[in-house]
Design a protein around this ligand. Structure first.
Ligand code: UDX
Length: 445
């Protein structure tokens, strides 16, 4: 089948390459000429495991092409995927200007039936706005060509996006036209083998499902983070509590890891946008508001612990930071906890010496050259000349460090573990002070 994808960002590229991999002819459109030039010369603008190899294979097979020409895109595919950004507005609601610009462009150029498939995370009611934009653009040139708008939210996890697309646990298709639903079912058939994962529903329910899933997961994390602070206050160990409650299948072990807050492109933005939608309709979403508020406070927790440990005197100190991305296996720094920590440390007069396996170029891009930030080539180098170590991202390679080396190198011999991934007893046995999230002070065992 012929598929056009508008937006060659994270979701668009993953969707495009996976649809090409199963034999469709996919044309990816983006307004950014530099990005398209990069893709056409074999480069990949984002880091995602497996993505570059799949792009290469499918380009070579002629199933995957890239262009800036929207008109060509509209001509190409029966399916017109919209996978452009919906950055938060100043008030936290999703900014639809890019989604609606694509809709207008489709309306301007379409001369045969088209299915607009919305993959961008958009507020409930957006499909109607997309349809109106297409109709307006058609009316402006005196055309009235048939089309449908489908909501098909993505549930990709950064770092595992290819796998998530190839083996989805659900494929949500929101449409008010059963015939369109069947066409989408056919497009997704290669990913829908062992049992039927396609869930057909009305457009608005599909739009809300995406927000509901992310808000639920964010709620689990904020709940655990709140509990971790209570655990510290009462002298309990949140890691014991986590295992204790996770064993109840109704609760489950996933997404109950306490830490220095959630980041990324989805949770913070989607929780805020859903809150905003509810408020705009006159409903006060107290739980959603608290989920965001708890996360905001949690992102500041590591700085508070460091500040308290050094009695408020951080001027001239150097803090080693392990992990900059919002989670492992991505270079994404959006809303990353590391940014909150680094910015607070700088404000307090401290220097940061950081290492991350993939997101140092991204960090450099965001912060540029500055005297109080050194990006170093490995985890051990980050320790040199530093007073303390802060662990911000749960990369596998940070899990079993050489505590003796850390003890010998750090001036103040203290580790702040923002993800509870290190063996605190071992650290303590080496003579280090180990400070983590929601746990009693460690003693050597
Ligand atoms: C998320 C959803 O999981 C995905 O389904 C949706 O499509 C997009 O948003 P992603 O943002 O890639 O995916 O990351 P995820 O793995 O969900 O982690 C989000 C954040 O929560 C990270 O900062 C992570 O460190 C944090 N987290 C996760 C916790 O603090 N504790 C946990 O128990 C789990």
């Amino acid at each position: 089948m012929d598929v056009t994808i508008f937006g060659s960002g994270y979701v668009g590229l993953v969707t495009g390459v996976c649809l090409a991999e199963v034999g469709n002819r996919v044309l990816c459109i983006d307004v950014d000429p530099a990005k398209i030039a990069l893709l056409n010369s074999g480069g990949v603008p984002i880091y995602e495991p497996g993505l570059d190899e799949l792009i290469k294979q499918n380009r070579e097979a002629g199933r995957l092409t890239f262009s800036t020409d929207a008109e060509e895109g509209v001509r190409h595919g029966l399916f017109q995927f919209i996978a452009v950004g919906t950055p938060p507005d100043e008030d936290g609601s999703a900014d639809l200007q890019y989604v609606l610009a694509v809709a207008r462009s489709i309306g301007e150029h379409m001369d045969a039936y088209r299915i607009l498939v919305n993959k961008s995370t958009v507020p409930v009611g957006t499909a109607d706005k997309v349809a109106a934009a297409v109709r307006d653009a058609q009316a402006a040139r005196g055309a009235a060509v048939e089309f449908d708008v489908v909501s098909n939210p993505e549930f990709l996890k950064e770092g595992a996006a290819i796998e998530d697309f190839m083996r989805p646990d659900r494929i949500i298709v929101g449409t008010d036209n059963p015939r369109t639903g069947e066409l989408l079912r056919a497009l997704y058939a290669p990913f829908n083998r062992s049992h039927d994962r396609v869930m057909l529903m009305d457009v608005r329910s599909a739009e809300l499902t995406k927000y509901a899933a992310n808000a639920m997961l964010a709620t689990k994390i904020s709940f655990m983070n709140e509990l971790s602070n209570i655990a510290e206050a009462v002298g309990a160990d949140i890691e014991k509590v986590r295992v204790g409650i996770g064993s109840d299948p109704r609760i489950g072990y996933q997404f109950i890891y306490p830490g220095c807050g959630y980041g990324g492109s989805c949770f913070p933005k989607d929780v805020r946008a859903l809150e905003r939608t509810a408020r705009s309709l006159g409903y006060d979403p107290q739980l959603l508001h608290a989920v965001e508020a708890v996360n905001f406070r949690q992102k500041d927790l590591l700085f508070k612990k460091i500040h308290a440990h050094f009695n408020g005197d951080l001027q001239g100190r150097t803090i080693a930071v392990w992990g900059l991305s919002f989670k492992p296996n991505t270079d994404d720094m959006r809303e990353a906890s590391s940014r909150v920590l680094m910015e607070s440390l700088w404000e307090a007069g401290a220097k940061v010496q950081a290492f991350d396996p993939v997101s140092m170029p991204e960090t450099q891009r965001i912060y540029g050259e500055r005297a109080d930030l050194a990006l170093v080539e490995d985890a051990v180098s980050a320790l040199e000349g530093a007073d303390a170590l802060a662990v911000l991202t749960e990369w596998a390679q940070f899990r079993s460090p050489d505590f003796r080396k850390i003890k010998d190198t750090l001036k103040a011999g203290v580790i702040f573990d923002g993800r509870n991934i290190l063996d605190g007893h071992l650290a303590t046995a080496t003579g280090l002070t180990y400070i983590s999230i929601g746990r009693l002070p460690m003693t050597a065992q």
